[in-house]
Design a binder for this molecule. Structure first.
Ligand code: BGC
Length: 887
């Protein structure tokens, strides 16, 4: 009898398939499975797993995996296990569970059962036809939204029902008078000419034996609504269309399919117009009571028109859907102009407002809602920065109490103006409804400095406001596009705050759909600028390398690299052929009077891409490619030095960003790094210790300083509150990140309204530095997914304590430190199956304790040595408290 006959204390949770818990409609042939371990014991880890996948829950309960039985696999891998069982068919439901062996080789209990379901994998699985309004739709303006419906009857003994649905445009589906699902802006935004997403819903509970009805509302959305500037419409096509297939399975195994066809009926209803930029008009007097229920009389409705099948591929949507995430109550109401009541939500946000009307509202009352991020000095809405976007919702009452929310538009706003209200509104007249892609929150950052906490808040709200289907530049004006540059500068910070792997997996497809034949990547994805042959330029197009590499680093995901490797190689080839002097470049966008030569930026990003490609090739096991990219990087670095660096370490252009890029991308001879960092510091001192960097330099500015001997200056810049700085907008009440350092100035008022968003996340790219350096939570180099993390607070700037948490793919990592009463205390949690290197700010290692013991003797703690004023330890999984006298 073995001493290990007991069961390990490890418990398993967070079973996911392709980053989702129990997902419907996976269309990846070999989905990836992940789990997390928890254990109260230090050093707990997985030494082996056994995974079972079964076609029936009962089989799995009997520990039988008819689809896949891995047997015992000796490995510590607990994330991204690639399914390698029986090939999976469309609609197949797969139940799975796993157990693991712990550090002592003791097996744990089986996990709970999880499942995933395959989507429609073959084009032939679709029997539905694309259908649309039964009338000629005017392509030149917003017209009433088509309502589509069909009645059908279902037999006895229904086991399950699935609705597979998509649209060209936006759809909202109703079944028997109830809305299906909680998703908005479906089927999502892609280049509809190439790829259209569909969603799957389990509608078993909405269906019943006997008469049923299915109803759908269509809206223009990104497909045919206003997009871009100058009243541009129909970027992808017109008119809107629906594809719907309802599959009902009965106990005897029979499947009945109800598919969209010309038997459906169509009419207009209360939605007189619906547009993403301009808003919605809803006339409640034209409501179609019971239209999505059985028995509704649709005799007067027109038959749906059939449209030719699209040539685009249909994909199950891979990213988190847009949902209503939270509600915000207004703080107050003002009335700068009689009859125009302005509600202040206290937070700049993206979504819409719910309007609450009293029972006394007369029929025909038209209430208008307008939205703005900021107010004019006279207290009225400042809307000039919205450019042509009308951002106006209108509700026309049918009389009596009502609650109204739009569904096919979104606004970026803090203030809501209500006019036409019958009488005096109260605070409960308006509620802010926040919508965004439902990327779960994963990180938190706090510290003893209130302004930095507000900065973290503003960064998170910038992310919330702009992760809506694609990473957008801004949520309010006639733009809201998937700007590639903005996305690449912010992605690492984004991956701290929220789980964005699925979100970027989908966007990477958008980006590659938009790659030109030459290999160039665009400015925006989906590529609505229609510049198929265009080049987004340095710092923008490079999103195609930087984003998947960041997802790989933060989540340990190599599939994205693998899938898009050929596209990335083509891009590098393109860079090899292009002339950086004549190539398009936005430059160091929105820098503060401190431009950087475009060709220097182009050259620097090309070299950086080559370095990342070497890492990517290594991750994919392509050693020869890795060597070639290393070599390319070395050559580009030498060429950069020859062209842009003087023998004393000054850089052509002499801008802050030139130094930042050269330092951060490793484009200087080692011996000149201190000199170049000194010049950077000098440039900053010349501006009385202020930054002047734009979109491309700002993300790495503090790292370039801190890693090259100027930590104090990094803190100084971060803590500045006068112009230009991160603190300046905060001092003036900002609740999100501004597009420009000078979006508003106390001495000059608003910037040029042509481009002045108060909700752009790019300058929020300082967030990763705060997590990594102030709190001290970082990824180890050459490691991915935080399987080995670095815990290294770098106190400075008078900050006396900071903390961060990150729910990594392995579980929760936590760091918190405090300087008090002459003591430095660091609390750290390292999740099971991972390890960490901990840097503590003293070289007097004997003075450091962990728990009640000298750190050197503590369980799971190993002293490695001293480095730059720190004592360095490695720790195994567990929760630790280190204390030491502060310097
Ligand atoms: C967008 C940006 C974008 C830029 C390109 C702007 O209109 O809002 O954030 O990166 O154009 O220069």
């Amino acid at each position: 009898m073995s001493i290990h006959s007991h069961i390990s204390e490890i418990t398993l949770s967070a079973l996911t398939c392709e980053y989702a818990a129990n997902p419907l409609s996976i269309d990846v042939p070999a989905p990836r499975l992940s789990w997390q371990l928890s254990s109260p014991q230090r050093g707990q880890c997985q030494t082996a797993y056994h995974l079972l996948v079964a076609s029936e829950a009962a089989l799995l309960e009997a520990d039988s995996g008819d689809l896949w039985d891995t047997g015992k696999v000796e490995t510590d891998q607990s994330v991204h296990i690639v399914y390698a069982g029986v090939p999976l068919a469309s609609r197949q439901r797969c139940y799975w569970k796993v157990r693991v062996w712990d550090k002592d080789g003791v097996p744990g209990a089986w996990s709970e059962t999880a499942w995933w379901e395959m989507g429609l994998l073959q084009p032939e699985d679709w029997r539905a036809a694309w259908i649309g309004a039964g009338w000629e739709v005017d392509p030149n303006s917003s017209t009433p939204c088509p309502f589509l419906r069909t009645g059908f009857s279902a037999g006895e003994d229904i086991v399950s029902a699935r609705l597979y649905v998509s649209a060209l445009g936006l759809y909202e589906v109703w079944l028997n008078g109830r809305r299906v699902g909680e998703d908005y802006f479906t089927p999502g935004w892609t280049d509809y000419q190439q790829r259209v997403q569909y969603q799957s819903y389990d509608v078993t509970d909405l269906l019943h034996t006997g008469d049923n009805a299915l109803g759908v509302i269509l809206a223009d959305g990104w497909f045919s609504g206003y997009l871009l500037w100058e009243n541009n419409r129909n970027v992808f096509g017109c008119p809107t269309r629906l594809l719907a297939q309802l599959e009902i399975t009965y106990t005897d195994g029979r499947v009945e399919t109800l598919a969209s066809d010309d038997g459906w009926k169509t009419a207009t209803g209360p939605l007189l117009s619906a547009d993403i930029y301009h808003g919605e008009t809803y006339d409640a007097r034209q409501e179609l009571a019971g239209w999505s229920e059985a028995g509704f009389d649709d005799a007067a409705w027109l038959p749906a028109r059939i449209h030719a099948p699209t040539e685009a591929t249909l994909n199950a949507s891979a990213s988190p859907r847009v949902r209503k995430i939270r509600e915000i109550a207004p703080l107050g109401i003002s009335q700068p102009v009689p009859g125009a009541f302005i509600f202040d939500l206290g937070q700049n946000m993206t979504g819409w407002a719910r309007l609450n009307l009293p029972a006394t509202t007369p029929a025909g009352t038209a209430i208008t809602l307008r939205f703005a991020e900021v107010l004019n000095p006279d207290g009225t809405l400042y809307t000039t920065n919205l450019r042509s976007a009308k951002c106006t919702d209108q509700f026309i009452s049918a009389g009596g109490a009502a609650q109204y929310e739009p569904r096919f538009t979104f606004h970026g706003f803090r203030y809501v103006e209500v006019s036409g209200f019958p009488g005096e509104p109260s605070l409960d007249t308006i509620t802010g409804i926040v919508l965004h892609s439902d990327t779960p929150s994963t990180g938190s950052f706090t510290c003893s400095h209130p302004m930095l906490n507000q900065l973290q808040h503003n960064i998170e709200w910038g992310q919330r406001s702009n992760f809506l289907e694609v990473p957008t530049d801004c949520p309010q004006r006639d733009e809201r596009l998937g700007w590639t540059g903005d996305a690449q500068v912010f992605i690492h910070t984004a991956a701290f705050n929220m789980h964005v792997a699925g979100f970027f997996t989908k966007w990477m497809a958008d980006l590659c759909d938009a790659q030109s034949l030459s290999g160039a990547f665009p400015m925006v994805a989906p590529d609505v600028l229609g510049k198929k042959e265009g080049d987004g330029g340095a710092g923008w197009a490079d999103a195609a390398i930087i984003c998947p590499w960041t997802v790989y680093r933060c989540y340990g995901d190599t599939r994205l690299l693998d899938t898009y490797y050929p596209a990335m190689v083509r891009y590098l080839d393109y860079l090899g052929a292009v002339n950086q002097r004549t190539r398009h470049c936005f430059g160091d966008w929105l820098n503060h009077n401190d431009p950087t030569p475009a060709d220097l930026i182009g050259h620097a990003f090309y070299a950086y891409d080559a370095r990342l490609m070497a890492e990517i090739a290594t991750a994919l096991g392509k050693e020869a490619d890795a060597a070639a990219y290393h070599d390319l990087f070395a050559r580009l670095k030498a060429a950069f030095i020859a062209e842009y660096v003087t023998p004393h370490g000054r850089l052509v252009g002499d801008s802050q960003t030139a130094y930042v890029l050269a330092l951060h991308f490793d484009l200087l001879p080692d011996a000149l790094r201190p000199a170049a960092a000194g010049y950077l510091a000098q440039r900053i001192h010349e501006r009385t210790d202020h930054l002047s960097t734009g979109f491309l330099g700002t993300p790495y500015l503090l790292a370039a300083l801190a890693e090259n001997g100027h930590l104090d200056l990094a803190y100084k810049l971060l803590l500045n509150e006068d112009f230009p700085s991160w603190g300046y907008p905060i001092k003036h009440g900002a609740t999100t990140m501004w597009e420009r350092w000078d979006g508003w100035r106390h001495d000059a008022g608003f910037q040029d309204p042509g481009m002045n968003s108060f909700n752009h996340y790019a300058y929020g790219a300082v967030g990763d530095w705060m997590y990594q350096n102030i709190a001290g939570l970082d990824l180890a180099p050459q490691q991915t997914g935080y399987q080995h993390s670095i815990i290294r607070p770098r106190p400075g700037g008078g900050v006396t304590g900071a903390g961060a948490t990150l729910h990594s793919v392995y579980g929760q990592i936590a760091v918190a430190w405090q300087l008090a009463d002459g003591q430095f205390t660091l609390d750290a949690t390292v999740p099971p199956n991972t390890t960490a290197t901990v840097y503590l700010p003293t070289t007097a290692v004997e003075a450091i304790t962990e728990g009640k013991l000298p750190a050197m003797n503590a369980e799971g703690v190993t002293f490695i040595g001293a480095e730059e004023g720190s004592s360095v330890f490695t720790v195994v999984a567990g929760t630790y408290r280190f204390t030491m006298p502060s310097a």
